[in-house]
Design a protein around this ligand. Structure first.
Ligand code: E4P
Length: 217
């Protein structure tokens, strides 16, 4: 499973990138707002740092507006994936932009039917939002599994990009289901390293080591 980082914070992306943990980046208007940066400037910096796809989101509501914004965002770098929302207008924009050979990430997906339409429209990525479904007591992971089944049934090449990930367990669950990519905030990716038994075991080893009076260096 490829890891994308869901942030527009350069330092956080750099830290994970240096460890080889970053296969791509996703941003959205809220993350750009949080960064306090200009969308084109910060997206360019991210694209210079990361070789994989960097999603930049359109904000128009009509297909023509999304297409024009998408073409403008694509000028930033070759690895831009244009993000459009899963509306009827977004599907039209997806078809046009993907026919032009551009990467398109169809976002705000909350149902298997929406994912089926995005694949038909030629999406490179479909972004089902796990956490926001969990928030309304619908199991977001079930949606990932349903989309996996449907795409495999018909050989759709659209990549399942599990999004709105809130916990480290979401990451391993997505990997078990077979999501192609998961995009998560830096804190969630770092939390994947934590285990209470690791901390406990380390503590016990260090206490015993102290009793030996030895030094390695
Ligand atoms: C994905 O591309 C989105 O930017 C993101 O995963 C949304 O996550 P949230 O529901 O935590 O805002």
């Amino acid at each position: 499973m490829r890891f994308f980082v869901d942030t527009a914070e350069i330092d956080a992306i750099k830290e994970l990138h240096d460890l080889g943990m970053v296969d791509g980046v996703t941003t959205n208007p809220s993350l750009i707002m949080k960064s306090g940066r200009d969308i084109k400037e910060v997206t360019k910096e991210i694209c210079d740092l990361v070789d994989g796809p960097v999603s930049a989101e359109t904000v128009a509501l009509d297909a023509e507006g999304m297409i024009n914004e998408g073409r403008e965002l694509a000028k930033i770098a070759d690895n831009i994936a244009i993000k459009v929302p899963l509306t009827w207008a977004g599907l039209k924009a997806c078809k046009t932009l993907s026919d032009e050979g551009r990467m398109v990430n169809v976002t705000l997906c909350f149902s298997a039917n929406q994912a089926l339409l995005a694949a038909k429209a030629g999406a490179t990525f479909i972004s089902p939002f796990i956490g926001r479904l969990d928030d309304i007591n619908i199991d977001g992971l079930d949606l990932i599994a349903d989309i996996r089944t449907i795409y495999d049934n018909y050989g759709f090449e659209t990549n399942i990009l599990a999004a709105s990930i809130r916990t480290a367990n979401h990451m391993s669950d997505c990997a078990k289901i077979g999501a192609d990519v998961a995009t998560a905030p830096p804190a969630v990716i770092k939390a994947m390293a934590n285990h209470v038994l690791t901390d406990k075991g380390l503590d016990a080893f260090l206490k015993d080591w102290e009793k030996t009076g030895q030094k390695i260096l």
